[in-house]
Design a protein around this ligand. Structure first.
Ligand SMILES: Nc1ncnc2c1ncn2[C@@H]1O[C@H](COP(=O)(O)OP(=O)(O)OP(=O)(O)O)[C@@H](O)[C@H]1O
Ligand code: SF4
Ligand SMILES: [Mg+2]
Length: 407
């Protein structure tokens, strides 16, 4: 079967539905990806953000059909309406490179050290165009190297990967990814192995790749700062699952899931008018083996209440295609995008009516928090942070519930 002939040009470029990936291991079944849904439209850049182990790479490897044979994959991955899950390697190789191409985190895993870089680009071109003459392939390889900013490209096509710096190797990998004018480029942490100045250059090269090819892109990173300037929409993953999806402005300025707010708080921001300390998220992500019921972020969440442990929250619409998986989105809204209002050590008792999880309480140590359920008015509250007044005003003072939680 020829996959590319069975595609529907009017269907979304890439549509992922209820994708689940499980790996049998000695410790039990690792449920690495738990119900990922997203749609990528023409020309769009979708940023996928999350901590290490949140399932970003496994999601993308599942899309490309590159998971190890032991992986149990269910759900649906459609490229232009054509189902990719369950396709054999031969059928998938028609999609890879031309339909969807991938840039991996470490360029040395993508480049073969024993072949010249020009030859490696030419090979990629010939896989999808067997009639291409070697002269034309050589010329195109040099063009591509020039496009990604390699000086003296006509000469450098004869270099081996070890003759290039890390940043230059990543440029070569991007040239290979754009060689066949793919519809979609999936870039998995393309800048993580590089120093900060080279990171900025590589992001520019990615933008060049998009404008030259007209491709849409899935940009995977653990750094919300990286997607800020380039993504149209952002999907935040936690413990194998999307926990917030929205336009880039919504995610940065009106996050509704405490985890997203926490990620923003651990990021230095040049766009803030006030001096703010960074507020890291305490603790670490849960194991994805035999997960307990309830919200997976609960052990690290200052907004946690008993109800959070009952069932894992679904993504709910918060407006304009923006969705978040949290039962306390209203409280997050009141933070006005200020992470300190939720994650600052001084914030937890005064604002949020949270029933603090044991490990967060332990981390707070001798913090001056009163007993859960103390009315806010009886505390000596710290001075409010700029921009968080709405959290403290009378209309938002939490009410005490029968179980002692303030909501
Ligand atoms: N082949 C495998 N067998 C068992 N578990 C696996 C396998 N591959 C990945 N995992 C597990 O799946 C989970 C998700 O891994 P993944 O590589 O997708 O994380 P990630 O979000 O890309 O992290 P990073 O930012 O470190 O790249 C992790 O818990 C990982 O240990
Ligand atoms: S408030 Fe509850 S549901 Fe929302 S992120 Fe925190 S623990 Fe999860
Ligand atoms: Mg990864």
């Amino acid at each position: 079967m020829t996959i590319t002939k069975n595609t529907d040009p009017s269907a979304p470029l890439l549509s992922v539905e209820d994708l689940n990936v499980r790996f049998p291991t000695e410790d039990g079944l690792v449920h690495a990806v738990r119900g990922v849904d997203y749609t990528l439209r023409s020309g769009e850049v979708l940023g996928i953000v999350g901590e290490s182990g949140s399932g970003k790479s496994v999601t993308s490897l599942a899309v490309m059909g590159l998971l190890p044979a032991s992986a149990r994959v269910s759900g649906s991955v459609k490229y232009r309406g054509q189902e990719l899950l369950g396709q054999g390697d031969r059928a998938m190789s028609r999609v890879r490179g031309k339909g969807v191409s991938m840039i991996f985190q470490d360029p040395m895993t993508s480049l073969d050290p024993v072949y010249r870089v020009g030859y490696q680009i030419e090979e990629t071109l010939r896989v999808h165009d067997s009639k291409l003459s070697s002269k034309a392939a050589q010329a195109r390889a040099a063009d591509l190297l020039g496009m990604v900013g390699i000086p003296n490209a006509a000469e450098r096509v004869r270099s081996y990967p070890h003759e290039f710096s890390g940043g230059m190797r990543q440029r070569v990998v991007i040239a290979i990814a754009m060689a066949n004018q793919p519809d979609v480029i999936i870039a998995d942490e393309p800048t993580t192995a590089l120093d900060v100045t080279v990171q900025a250059q590589i992001l520019e090269v990615l933008q060049t790749a998009l404008s030259e090819t007209g491709a849409a892109m899935v940009l995977i990173t653990h750094d919300l700062g990286v997607v800020a300037g380039i993504a149209d929409r952002v999907l935040v993953m936690y413990a194998g699952r999307p926990v917030e999806i929205g336009g880039v402005e919504d995610i940065y300025y009106q996050p509704r899931m405490p985890y997203t707010l926490g990620l923003l708080g651990s990021l230095p921001r040049l766009d803030s008018s006030t001096k703010q300390r960074l507020t890291p998220i305490k603790g670490s992500p849960p194991s994805v083996v035999n997960m307990p019921p309830g919200c997976p972020f609960a052990p690290r969440c200052p907004l946690h209440v008993a109800e959070c442990d009952v069932a894992e929250p679904d993504l709910v619409e918060v407006g304009g295609g923006h969705t978040a998986a949290c039962i306390r989105i209203d409280e997050v809204r009141k933070a006005g995008g200020e992470a300190a209002a939720v994650f600052d050590e001084a914030a937890d008792d005064r604002l949020l009516g949270s029933e603090q999880p044991a490990d967060l309480a332990a981390a707070a140590g001798t913090a001056d928090a009163g007993a859960p359920g103390d009315p806010v008015g009886e505390r000596t509250d710290p001075t409010p942070q700029a921009g968080t007044g709405s959290l403290l005003d009378a209309t938002t003072t939490p009410s005490t519930t029968t179980d002692g939680d303030r909501r």
